[in-house]
Write a protein that binds this ligand. Structure first.
Ligand code: ADP
Length: 189
């Protein structure tokens, strides 16, 4: 079965690491919109030039741009055959609505959204410690507050459709992965 999954969680929740493990274990293709945008910046494409300043400031790239990029990627044969794990998308309710429309057009639907729950104080410490170029204190605070404003409401969006599993993201990488796998197993039978 080609699983279609979304992983949600604050920046610094361990989402990226767990996303790679889930995609390896369940055979679905990991799509990170942050990685796609960073690749566009590195390649100096028009999209990259538009996204660069927004990303450095900790802001969000516009919904229309993001919805277009993701719609195009989701239409590819590899994803239709193997399924997908979306990491970093949707990030706003507009993007969630777009995802639902894209699925309806393709005759497929999201099977589950897993929310990796880690308290804000813990993720702030982790982000400061990892010292990524776009992890300045100002950008971290801006990202975390944008998450509360725009992304946290997505939890209700998925819950209302009975598609949300909330997973405790504190513990060893192995323990967290075990919890995630158990939740995904339930929908992959
Ligand atoms: P983080 O989780 O630390 O924000 P990501 O790699 O997911 O890292 O994203 C990096 C940046 O890329 C974000 O801060 C944002 O500017 C942009 N971005 C990624 N995904 C989206 C999206 N779905 N909508 C808008 N902007 C996005």
């Amino acid at each position: 079965m080609a699983l279609r999954l979304v992983i949600l969680g604050r920046q610094g929740s361990g989402k990226g690491t767990q996303a790679i493990r889930i995609s390896e274990s369940f055979g679905c293709i990991h799509i990170s919109t942050g990685d796609m945008l960073r690749a566009a910046v590195a390649a100096g494409t028009e999209l990259g030039q538009q996204a660069d300043a927004v990303m450095k400031s900790g802001g969000l790239v516009g919904d229309d741009i993001m919805n277009g990029i993701v719609a195009e990627r989701l239409a590819a044969d590899d994803i239709m055959a193997n399924g997908v794990l979306l990491d970093g998308f949707p990030r706003t309710s507009d993007q969630a609505d777009a995802l639902e429309r894209i699925g309806a057009d393709q005759g497929v639907a999201i099977d589950l959204a897993v929310n990796l729950e880690v308290a804000v104080d813990i993720v702030r410490e982790r982000m400061v410690a990892r010292g990524r170029e776009d992890d300045t204190p100002e950008a971290i605070d801006k990202r975390l507050s944008l998450y509360e404003e725009q992304t946290a409401p997505l939890l209700d969006w998925f819950a209302a459709r009975d598609l949300l599993a909330t997973i405790d993201g504190v513990g060893s990488e192995e323990d967290v992965f075990g919890r995630l796998s158990a939740a995904i197993d339930k929908v992959s039978q």
